[in-house]
Write a new protein. Sequence first.
Length: 325
Amino acid sequence: MSAKRAERLVNLVIALLGTRQYVTAAKIRETVPGYEPDDGTARADEAFKRMFERDKAELREMGVPLETGRTSVFDTEDGYRIARADYELPEITLTGEEAAAVGLALRLWESAQLAGAAQSALVKLRAAGVDVDPARAPVQPRLDSDEPAFEPCYAAARDRRVLQFDYRRPDEDTPARRHVQPWGVVAWHGRWYLVGLDLDRQAPRVFRLSRVVGTPRASGPENAFEPPADVDLAELVAGAFGGRGEEQLVVVRARPGAAVGLRRWATPLGAGPDGDDRLQLRTTEPWRLADQLAAYGPDVLVESPAAVRAAVVERLTRLAATGDR
């Protein structure tokens, strides 16, 4: 199977997992990257039909539970969806090494271009009137896959070698040299972070890779140190860069009938001046909430606080940039 076709199949699976509704072939053609665009010609229509039929057969041969049906009695044609309950794996027990490998693969997946294309497909489906629930969609906001500091930091953490690099904090004019025992590289809310023991300060520290200046250099022998057995890298990143804290109230405006998943746990505040529904959300993780709100695209607008609104705008801007590449 070609890489292009594999990418298209992954995008199709993610799009159909992200909704309870049946999605018609026409909407799939419009929203899932990789299909023959509709240019009004019979040739393009026939090419799309052949491609889509092959993809449906391929998914079913692989055991993907692709269903055909109609969401409403008013629908005029069949659509498609994937039965999530039948698609998900049962509980799996992994060894420590197997779990580490799966965790690394998951974090690297979040940096792949596939995630950006698939997220774009979900946004387009929502814009076309299909109810997409972010909780059902296995996609994270795309990370910058060409972060120059990633490879040397990851290699040093893997080989347990001391790492040195220049790091510029936002409140400093010039970068400072850091010497670190790297424990691991973590993906968190659309960015990469290095976690380790800062040898100059003799304390655990978290470093955003986008603030690393130049190329980090590893030194000394391999296996020169061992990370603490009970360390939780994600928890350290969360504590340093906006993890759980005091509860915050976030007020958003949602288009009528949209953002069904969000309404399940929101407090209605009545209609806004423009006719949209005003909703109040409570969260201790505002940046995680920003990820969820960005997935609704133009259907949801953040009123307050300004920091969450800016975070959502930043995520949508980044998503739009991936679609232009």
